[in-house]
Design a protein around this ligand. Structure first.
Ligand code: SF4
Length: 504
């Protein structure tokens, strides 16, 4: 992965050909994507999108013993306020019984800084962060303004390295650079790989001074896996996946979310990296294999019954644990099927639409199909090679499923909901609010305290869907009493009419 020599990670549009504009049948995306025909598309009308700073802040503010400096205008850090509850919950789960929330500062760049440069303010912020909090790491998150005026973040952090004790991590996360917010994951991992992970064995392993301890540590590392959690994995999700890996006899080094920087430093010493979402993890795991020889698995998200089994089989297969994995899967599935028995009749034949990040949307749709529901449409925020497996799976069962690749774009969503009239819409709150106003029952595709992953997640999603479908009168009444912002004529139009082909 030659990207690592560059100051910043490439855009997803360039690295993976990721697209955010598509409307059609689910079986119709694979060929044009492979042929590169989905590149350079656009919308003639767009209702806004999501800046890559949002997912970046969700991960970075969850890190332990780390200060995040948002280098930019004050508003760029606004998203942190919506993350407060989940950050505090993560800190509490990590053992801090008096969680203080996100540790972040802004350089608050103004008009004068735009003309004179923001480096002086950033220098002051770094020194003050180190003096005030004595953190293990300081992240400098560069936004649009320093990107445009050309602040030398790398030069400044390099210059300060000998003066402060914290590790310095410059991250280039300018919102204007990309339309694919998942680029943020690469931007973060790029900096950790360049500035923190060097494979030097200076952690616990090197302080053992006798042969028996060294041998014991070597054995431990033989069964140690990097479990790549994502910011949309809840505490119960993390517990469930750790539980399953423990059943294989594995030990877990979990990162990046809620992790201490040492989890990154220890990553090269694991026997395997186990991803939970290829959209999230591929950049990091790929480089860890290339540079330190740590193999990786994780083409499936462990949401859904078959997907969870595949996820476990892939992890076990790389470590010679196939037999034990089969025993675990058989016993977990038997228990799950028994628990699902009284729920499934209420779900059979009910219809659903889903939206969220690429892999999560598609994997959850696969689960709903397993539960006997009919999928009418899926609306992943973006599409690239990582969505192909689940897209194929969904299309095999029902090629008439509509696929709308869109980061938000509620005008397309309401048009589709109005036509399809699904019983249930599963998405993030920003989408669910529109579905509720259209009269559909809704279920959050992510909620801080709920569980979605593994076998326990499959059961809990089924249980919650049954409950939501049991009484839908609130949203039905809501739809009759709210005023929609769109003209009646829009609902008669093709929902994808504003998606434009890209230039060759
Ligand atoms: S688009 Fe640019 S200015 Fe706006 S929040 Fe994102 S980084 Fe900040």
């Amino acid at each position: 992965m030659s990207y690592i020599d560059a100051k910043s990670a490439p855009r997803r549009e360039d690295r993976l050909g990721t697209c955010i504009e598509f409307g059609g049948l689910i079986g119709d995306i694979a060929r044009p994507f492979c042929e590169g025909c989905l590149k350079n598309r656009s919308r003639g009308f767009s209702q806004g999108t999501i800046c890559q700073l949002l997912p970046a802040l969700a991960i970075l503010t969850s890190l332990q013993d780390t200060v995040v400096i948002v280098h930019g205008a004050i508003g760029c850090g606004g998203a942190v306020h919506s993350l407060g509850a989940s950050v505090r919950l993560g800190q509490w789960r990590s053992g801090d019984k008096n969680p203080k929330g996100a540790l972040w500062l802004s350089t608050n760049l103004n008009e004068q800084d735009v003309t004179q440069g923001g480096e002086a303010k950033l220098r002051e912020a770094i020194l003050e962060s180190d003096r005030r909090y004595r953190p293990d790491a300081i992240v400098v998150l560069s936004t649009c303004v320093p990107g445009i005026i050309g602040d030398d973040i790398d030069g400044l952090t390099e210059d300060l390295k000998g003066q402060i004790s914290a590790a310095l991590l410059p991250i280039y996360c300018e919102g204007f650079k990309t339309k694919v917010m998942a680029t943020a994951y690469d931007a973060i991992f790029h900096s950790f790989l360049r500035n923190m992970i060097d494979g030097r064995d200076e952690t616990e392993f090197s302080v053992y001074d006798n042969e028996a301890s060294v041998a014991a540590e070597a054995i431990r590392r033989h069964r140690l896996v990097n479990l790549m959690n994502v910011s949309s994995m809840t505490g119960p999700d993390q517990y469930e996946l750790t539980r399953l890996l423990h059943k294989l006899g594995l030990e877990v080094n979990m990162l990046p979310c809620d992790a201490h920087p040492d989890a990154f430093r220890n990553a090269p010493f694991a026997a395997l990296s186990v991803g939970v979402c290829p959209t999230h993890d591929d950049y990091f795991m790929g480089y860890l294999e290339e540079r330190f020889g740590v193999p990786f698995v994780g083409s499936q998200m462990p949401i859904g019954i078959e997907n969870t089994g595949t996820w476990l089989r892939h992890a076990a297969g790389r470590l010679g644990l196939e037999d034990i994995a089969e025993r675990v899967i058989a016993s977990e599935e038997a228990e799950l099927n028994k628990a699902l028995e009284p729920i499934l009749p209420s779900l059979k034949g009910r219809t659903a639409m889903l939206s969220a990040g690429e892999v999560r949307t598609l994997a959850t749709a696969v689960l709903l199909q397993e539960l006997g529901m009919e999928i009418l449409a899926v609306r992943p925020y973006h599409y690239d090679e990582f969505g192909a497996v689940d897209v194929e799976h969904l299309a095999r069962i029902n090629p008439a499923i509509k696929l709308n690749v869109a980061t938000a774009q509620p005008f397309e969503a309401v048009n589709m909901i109005n036509r399809a009239k699904p019983d249930l819409y599963i998405g993030h709150n920003s989408d669910n609010v529109w579905a509720a106003k259209c009269g559909a029952a809704i279920l959050p595709i992510y909620g801080t305290n709920s569980i979605y992953s593994g076998y326990a997640g499959a059961y809990d999603i089924a249980r919650r869907i049954k409950r939501h479908l049991a009484n839908t009168s609130f949203n039905e009444k809501l739809s009759r009493n709210v005023r929609h912002p769109y003209r009646e004529s829009w609902y008669a139009e093709d929902p994808f009419k504003y998606i434009k082909q890209g230039a060759a």
